[in-house]
Design a binder for this molecule. Sequence first.
Ligand code: NCD
Length: 316
Amino acid sequence: MPSDSYFFAQPHFLRIAGLNRLEVISLLDKADSYVEQSRRRQKTSDRLQGLTQINLFFEPSTRTQSSFEIAGKRLGLDVINMPIGSSSVSKGETLLDTAVTLNAMHPDLLVVRHGASGAAELLSQKVDCAVINAGDGTHEHPTQALLDALAIRRTLGDLDGLRVAICGDIAHSRVARSNVALLNLLNVEVRLCGPPTLLPSDADRWGAEVFHNMDEAVADCDVVMVLRLQSERMDSAAIPSKREYFRFYGLDRNRLSHAKPGALVMHPGPMNRGVEIASDIADDLSISLVTKQVEMGVAVRMAVLDMLATARNEAI
Ligand code: NCD
């Protein structure tokens, strides 16, 4: 059972922006203990037994949805995955009507992924339970940033003073936004790199140095994080071709050689191999954290579910 030494209270978990360093560290410490629980043969505890978690995913998801489900079950929660395709949503029910309907069933935790930025926050104002943002449009994906930080911390130790390059489709990436906010809190030097068409115009105000040249961006970095091309969010052709994109912005061994020796490679998944990242480095376990990120995802989500459920219990 994790220690409750510093346990902050929040009604919802919607974004990294607004958290402080101590809050982030307390969540990472708690997640650390859940990594150990998840590696045991007996993985399930009764910590949150009797509570109900509903997963409401309006966008496709493999890693995030399944890890929220596993995380809830490992804490003893009853977990329901709402099948959006076969629910009333496909009959035209609005997001808010769906939320109000689910709310009447007295869930304790609602995990939401939606294509519109701000959707999770909107829901949190309409329901009685705790809402967790599992990715809202291009805005934030706070548990992804936490799991990325945990994967780095467990591999390299303290994050203080590290240099991390986040590369690719920054403009459409909620992962990039949450990561910049969190890495800044942990004193990491962050670089953003992508073609001008995939960098938001205000990127230089995010708290990161902006690059358009990959070799320069990865130079002397401890970690290179590669992002997926979010073609579902692009209105027009933002890149000439996938082949061309890989040539200038794909991460291969040659490009990685500009980073620090032994630099780590990350990708939130799903990966487009040969477009964003070369397979041989994505699969090289001596440098790639891709599967470790997935493992950390379960532990971090357990910590967030636990924090919210405990905060609400104490508030009653
Ligand atoms: C990310 C997401 O959905 O924002 N994936 C994930 O959560 N593992 C990134 C992406 O889809 O490219």
